[in-house]
Design a protein around this ligand. Structure first.
Ligand SMILES: [Zn+2]
Length: 130
């Protein structure tokens, strides 16, 4: 039997499921503007799995990841969930081997997540520390 990547197969949720979970956490009462809290929004198309919006009240453009620690990251949401879950128990080296990612890519993400988890007063995942 060929040795596949069991970690990825068993523990990384597929992107749609991961995204659904994030949406349930982020927008339990519907999508609103992160700046002015308005629900008066216009949909602006989809990029990847994420919907883009513009706010009719303050004209902010944003997407489903804006303002979360997952915004502007070059990795799948499922992989980022895995890293978050194991951030305190696994080394960057091991995480990067398991995910078959560059050490530096994983290291950058882990540093960013740790800083955010340590310094954020609000929700550490849904409100990115600036
Ligand atoms: Zn707005």
């Amino acid at each position: 039997m060929e040795e596949g990547n069991l970690i990825k197969e068993l523990f990384i949720p597929d992107e749609e499921k991961a995204f659904e979970a994030l949406m349930g956490m982020r927008w339990p009462e519907g999508v609103y503007c992160p700046r002015c809290k308005s629900h008066n929004l216009q949909k602006r198309g989809i990029r990847g799995v994420s919907q883009r919006y513009s706010c009719n009240d303050c004209e902010l453009n944003f997407n489903d990841f804006t303002g979360t620690i997952f915004a502007n990251k070059n990795m799948s949401l499922g992989e980022m969930f895995y890293i978050l879950h194991n951030i305190d128990v696994e080394s960057v080296k091991r995480l990067s081997e398991e995910l078959e990612r560059d050490w530096s890519t994983v290291n950058g993400l882990v540093k960013d997540f740790k800083r955010n988890l340590a310094e954020n007063d609000g929700d550490p995942i849904l409100e990115k520390w600036k």
